[in-house]
Every structure is written in structure tokens, then in C-alpha cells.
Ligand binder design. Structure first.
Ligand code: SF4
Ligand code: FES
Length: 251
């Protein structure tokens, strides 16, 4: 049988990037525990619109854990209290009747607030553009066995490529570091022969762009990996550091 709960939401409201923000409190009743967190916010917005108030702005797209848009900081955790899920995959059954739920945008110098819960994450696109592609001519499609790749390397590259660029790692880090994201993007290519050709240049360019855009330094606290919805491993950061040192030695 469907269960419903009554909750109180403390939501960060901010009219624009240069405006001063503040928390506002809303009561929301009869929320189905089967609904997703974003469906619950849809309900809230319906309620606000019916009351003639401004709906809460929040980012989302796929609503199935693929696009990385749903960047919400819920009760002190990026993507909320569940593990290995994005905000859109979080369900209200994780909360109890009478709960007070605090919802904030990502807090990072690299991700300025646009409005309410929506932040500007274009910095990640810029980092990726700085080095996250392969510029060599790979020619026509090859036979599957023409370039031998070990199962371990293929698996690790695929694991790294599951990073959806959501930015939770930055929001979780006390330094606002983007190392987990950058290391995943460097690793997904560096582990494969086609990507190795430019691995050093890619690491150098992406780290330089990350520093330029105001992300902090990594001090190995591991908060990023603990909160990452895709379980991106810290070993990627070790690989990025190796690639970066090799690039510097070559310089
Ligand atoms: S490393 Fe994890 S937390 Fe960081 S952007 Fe990628 S998926 Fe999101
Ligand atoms: S809306 Fe796409 S990952 Fe959540």
C-alpha cells in the first residue's frame, strides 16, 4: 500500500548570481514515499504556483542517473543520504514522516549559483574541452582484435568513463577540488592505447584549466569518492598525478 509522509523543506532561494541568498521553509503534505526527490520538488513547485509564489529553480534532465544535471546538496550530502545514486534516483522512502530536509545548491567557487538551486557547471565543460578528446586520425573501424587491450585495462577505462560530470566530488570536498572528475576523464583515455598517445598533454592541459578556473587543491581526504554517485575510485587521482609528473618531466 502506498505510504505518504508530511515533510518540512528548508530550501536555498537566491534570485541571481549577485543577489544575497537565504533559506525559506515550506511544508509539504501527503508526499508518496514511492516518489523520487525531484518529483517531490515538482509537487512543491505546483503548490507554490497555486499559491501565486515563485517556483524553486533546480536543474535536471534525464532523471535516470545519466546526465549529471541534478546537482542538489541534501541534508549535508551531495545527492542526499543514499549511496551510489544521483538526486534524481533518490526516493522519498529514504525520509521519515515529520523530517526537516535542507536543500542547497553545490557550494564551490568553480560553480557559481545562477538561481536558487541551479549552479553554472560550465567549468567542467571547459576542463574537458582543454584536453578530453583524441585529435589523432584513428582511420576506419578496425577488427576487434587488431589492438590488444587487456580485460583489466578495458574494465578500468570503462569504470572511469562512467563519471557523469555531476560535480558532487567538488561539492563534497572542503577544498572545492575537481581532481576526481579530472582524473576520471584523464584515465578513461590514458588506459587505452588510442588515448595513451596524448595522455601527458591531456593531463597537463586539463590540470592547468582546472587551476585556472578556481578549483582547489586535493589534500587526499577522500570525501569526493565517498559521495560520488558513480563510485569513481581514488586510484584515478593517483593515475592523474603520475601522468602529470611524467608530462612535467618531459617538459
Ligand atoms: S567523479 Fe563522481 S562525483 Fe565527480 S563528477 Fe564524476 S560522477 Fe560526479
Ligand atoms: S537528472 Fe540526469 S542524472 Fe539526475
Amino acid at each position: 500500500m502506498e505510504k505518504t509522509i508530511n515533510i518540512t523543506l528548508k530550501i536555498w532561494r537566491q534570485k541571481g548570481p549577485k543577489e544575497k541568498g537565504r533559506f525559506e521553509e515550506y511544508k509539504l503534505n501527503n508526499v508518496s514515499t514511492d516518489s523520487s526527490f525531484l518529483e517531490m520538488l515538482d509537487l512543491l513547485n505546483e503548490q507554490l504556483i497555486n499559491e501565486g509564489k515563485e517556483p524553486v529553480v533546480f536543474d535536471h534532465d534525464c532523471r535516470e542517473g545519466i546526465c549529471g544535471m541534478c546537482s542538489l546538496y541534501i541534508n549535508g550530502h551531495p545527492h542526499g543520504p543514499d549511496t551510489s545514486v544521483t538526486t534524481c534516483q533518490l526516493h522519498m522512502r529514504k525520509f521519515n514522516d515529520g523530517d526537516v530536509i535542507t536543500v542547497e545548491p553545490w557550494r564551490s567557487a568553480g560553480f557559481p549559483v545562477i538561481r536558487d538551486l541551479m549552479v553554472d557547471r560550465r567549468a567542467f565543460d571547459k576542463i574537458q574541452q582543454a584536453g578530453g578528446y583524441i585529435s589523432i586520425n584513428t582511420g576506419g573501424a578496425q577488427d576487434a582484435n587488431a589492438i590488444p587491450i587487456s580485460k583489466e585495462a578495458a574494465d578500468e577505462a570503462m569504470d572511469s568513463a562512467t563519471c557523469i560530470g555531476c560535480g558532487a566530488c567538488v561539492a563534497a570536498c572542503k577544498n572545492g577540488s575537481a581532481m576526481l572528475f579530472v582524473s576520471a576523464k584523464v584515465s578513461q583515455y590514458a588506459l587505452l592505447p588510442q588515448g595513451r598517445v596524448e595522455a601527458a598533454a591531456r593531463a597537463r592541459a586539463m590540470v592547468a584549466k582546472m587551476d585556472e578556473l578556481g578549483f582547489g587543491n586535493c589534500t587526499n581526504t577522500g570525501a569526493c569518492a565517498a559521495e560520488c554517485p558513480k563510485n569513481i575510485s581514488l586510484t584515478n587521482i593517483a593515475r592523474l598525478n603520475r601522468e602529470f609528473i611524467c608530462a612535467k618531466l618531459k617538459d
